[in-house]
Write a protein that binds this ligand. Structure first.
Ligand SMILES: O=C(CO)[C@H](O)[C@H](O)COP(=O)(O)O
Ligand SMILES: [Fe+2]
Length: 231
């Protein structure tokens, strides 16, 4: 099995207009995003609350690409089936969200979703070494989870490099989440990341009435990666 390691941009709808998610998803897809990143927060695992499976189900018809659901909830297991039924393509959990990570990841796959595992800045990559044959994606957090618009933590760059080395030739995506901009994107793609989550950097300055800004913001990220690769 192989994995598509080309650059993919996954706008986080945490930075979209919460009163208009359907139109926002259609707008970012029309402007060329690759995946749509959905941040689920429970006010317990992280100090913020967003939305749950009902919202994911509501936006599903508006997402034609990959619905990439990042679960910042604990426990996660009791809700995995609900998110799968809501139409998630990728379900990513944090190892701290339950006592049996391998079992949770197998459950995600058995529900027909790709299984992702996320590393907080404080979590060492050795915490996921034992599940590398059970995951489709490793998400490296480059901010402390809970909020959009935070500054990129540079310790993520070396962590991506170490994760890349650890996964070897396994077909696993490496996603980086938090503080991604045209300045930070080339650092993590050079280290081995292929999926870039970007909330504020994609949505800033735009709206569903002015979606071209979303396209221009995504192009700025892609161009900076391309330029760095060519240098
Ligand atoms: O998981 C997240 C926060 O916990 C978000 O996906 C992330 O913060 C994206 O927002 P931004 O690009 O604005 O940093
Ligand atoms: Fe996220």
């Amino acid at each position: 099995m192989t994995v598509d390691r080309s650059l993919k941009i996954a706008p986080s709808i945490l930075s979209a207009d919460f009163a208009n998610f359907g139109a926002e998803c259609r707008a970012i897809e029309a402007e060329g995003c690759d995946w749509v990143h959905v941040d689920v927060m429970d006010g317990h695992f992280v100090p913020n609350i967003t939305f749950g499976p009902a919202m994911c189900k509501a936006i599903r018809p508006h997402v034609k690409t990959v619905m990439d659901v990042h679960l910042m909830i604990a426990p996660a297991d009791p809700f995995l089936e609900d998110f799968a039924k809501a139409g998630a393509d990728v379900l990513t959990i944090h190892p701290e969200a339950g006592p049996h990570l391998d079992r949770s990841l197998r459950l995600i796959r058995s529900l027909g979703c790709k299984a992702g595992v996320a590393l907080n800045p404080a979590t060492h990559e050795s915490a996921i070494e034992h599940v590398l044959d059970t995951v489709d994606l490793v998400l490296v957090m480059s901010v402390n989870p809970g909020f959009g618009g935070q500054s990129f933590l540079h310790s993520a760059v070396e962590k991506v490099r170490r994760v890349r080395q650890m996964i070897g030739d396994r077909p696993i995506h490496i996603e980086v989440d938090g503080g991604i901009t045209p300045e930070t994107a080339p650092l993590v793609t050079a280290a081995g990341a292929d999926v870039l989550v970007a909330g504020s950097a994609v949505f800033k300055g735009g709206s569903v009435d002015n979606p071209g800004v979303y396209g221009a913001n995504m192009r700025a990220i892609r161009d900076s990666v391309r330029k760095a690769e060519a240098a």
